[in-house]
Design a protein around this ligand. Structure first.
Ligand code: NAD
Length: 492
């Protein structure tokens, strides 16, 4: 059995209380490793290491070009190790190998992109409005950044935070989800090999309300970059408010995927499937509310049910599999609970609706791809994030209806629009209140493109050039070219 310790100051460190918890393979249910269960003391040790590394200037004062080179070197190592990392993610979180292989290769791009950006952060010389003054701005790192990630895509969510934060000159403490800590810990070996100075990147593990909360509360943590539920996000935001600490919050969603009668029918069906059944629906950007124009509703649902019913459920390591297991036991229970809620609220289940126990699956963590019709947008199944393979189909009549229903939700992470009318594509993109709008595609993300939520889906943006500024603060500098003795009792 593998045993994982914390990674602090470039060393593997045993947890202060010598406690460990199990991590299991969601497909087989087998416990395959033990992970350090950290406490406040471990969080403090990691913060001290990250702060010392920041204060020493070993990283923040390194020439930005050199910092960038180290990030690019890390990108190369990631590419070399991508297959191993993909296998590890599948083992620990049950996502499909087909998706994880592509994702682990692609995540190198975040480190390459932000490595390239490290020496392109420019302040400005300002046109001073008084004589004899040289006025300029400079961007500076914040200090120690705490990075907390969810279980559904640990290394990708980490790349979105770690690459820009390091490029900006900060030091980092990573706290992955207690359900999927292994890949972030193994990633530390790659960081070590790339040659980052000790203490620049640290990884501590354990439960959110134990070591996670202790890290957030720590006075020497300058910012938290968080991905997870809106519930935990709110708690972190409350603590941050007490410290006056900046945060980025990447939270949940209940995204509308909207199909108009003029859409490419087959492409829209595939887009609806990819929106909800990819990754077993365990994605923040799931298009879990499918809005279909009433004129094509019945035909569309019929085709959707046919395609979804043919999805192969099973071993995430098989390239033939379309839908894998649910990652965690609590999540599995939650999904089944929401199926009950939908039925009690009067939605009609036209596909699935129960655990999958068919041929070729191990363990007991499978839910059938499930489709509900007759859903009203006020129902809980339409308003609350399930984070599983459960689709709610909601009919609409006009473009205005689609916008009204699409926006009638506390979340605003993403939205999809399927249409062949260019004008409508622009109008819908403008009116939908979501951080990302996809037209005639779904579930695309890139290192170049800002990602984040409106409303209860979050705060701040990850990826894209601007996101590096989320990890920096601007300083204004005034230099008098010669000293004068003007009246000291009035503003200069
Ligand atoms: P979660 O909120 O339960 O946990 C997320 C992380 O926060 C874990 O590491 C956990 O240990 C930690 N945590 C929990 N409470 C904490 C606290 N009080 N203080 C400090 N840390 C704490 O979420 P989850 O179940 O792991 O992930 C699923 C959620 O994440 C869904 O809502 C999903 O939509 C969201 N998500 C959002 C994005 C995005 O980019 N917007 C991406 C992936 C997942």
């Amino acid at each position: 059995m593998k045993l994982y310790n914390h990674f602090i100051n470039g060393e593997w460190v045993e947890p202060a209380k010598n406690k460990y918890f199990d991590t299991e393979n969601p497909y087989t249910g087998e416990v395959w490793a033990k992970v350090a269960r950290g406490c406040e003391k471990d969080a403090d040790q990691a913060v001290k290491a990250a702060k010392a590394a920041f204060d020493s200037g070993a990283w923040a004062d390194m020439r930005p070009t050199q910092r960038g080179k180290l990030l690019v070197r890390l990108a190369e190592i990631i590419e070399r190790e991508a297959e191993r990392l993909a296998n590890l993610e599948v083992r620990d979180n049950g996502k499909l190998i087909t998706e994880m292989s592509a994702q682990t290769k692609y995540l190198a791009e975040w480190y390459r992109y932000f490595g390239g950006l490290a020496d392109k952060i420019e302040g400005a010389v300002l046109p001073a409005d008084r004589p004899g003054i040289f006025n300029y701005t400079r961007y500076e790192p914040l200090g120690v950044i705490g990075m907390i990630t969810a279980w559904n895509s640990p290394l990708l969510l980490l790349a979105w935070k770690l690459a820009p934060a390091l490029a900006a000159g900060n030091t980092a403490i990573i706290k992955p989800s207690e359900f999927t800590s292994a890949s972030s810990l193994e990633f530390m070996e790659l960081v070590n090999e790339a040659g980052f100075p000790k203490g620049v990147v640290n990884c501590i593990t354990g439960f959110g309300i134990e070591i996670g909360a202790a890290m957030v509360e720590h006075p020497d943590v300058a910012k938290i970059a968080f991905t997870g539920s809106d519930f935990a996000g709110q708690k972190i935001y409350e603590t941050a408010a007490k410290k006056i600490m900046p945060v980025t919050l990447e939270l949940g969603g209940k995204s509308p995927n909207i199909v108009f009668e003029d859409a490419d029918f087959e492409a829209a069906v595939m887009g609806a499937i990819s929106g909800i059944f990819a990754a077993t629906g365990q994605t923040c950007i799931a298009g879990s509310r499918l809005l279909v124009q009433r004129t094509i509703h019945d035909k569309f649902v019929k085709r959707l049910v046919k395609v979804a019913s043919e999805a192969k459920i099973g071993d995430p390591m098989s390239v033939e599999t379309h839908v894998g297991p649910v990652t965690t036991a609590p999540q599995y229970d939650k999904i089944l609970q929401y199926i009950k809620v939908a039925e009690e609220d009067g939605a009609t289940c036209v596909l699935g609706g129960k655990p999958y126990t068919g041929d070729g699956v191990q363990g007991d963590r499978f839910v059938e791809p499930t489709i509900f019709t007759g859903v009203n947008n006020n129902m809980r199944i339409a308003q609350e994030e399930v984070f599983g393979p459960i689709l709610s189909v909601i009919p609409f009549d006009t473009e205005e209806d689609a916008i009204q229903i699409g926006n009638d939700i506390v979340f605003g992470l993403a939205a999809g629009v399927w249409t062949s009318d260019l004008g409508r594509a622009f109008r819908m993109s403008e009116k939908l209140k979501a951080g990302t709008v996809w037209v005639n595609t779904y579930r695309a993300v890139s290192f170049m493109t800002p990602f984040g939520g409106y409303k209860r889906s979050g705060q701040g943006r990850e990826s894209g050039q601007e996101s590096i500024k989320e990890f920096m603060q601007v300083k204004s500098v005034w230099i008098a070219q010669q000293t004068t003795s003007s009246n000291p009792f009035i503003m200069q």
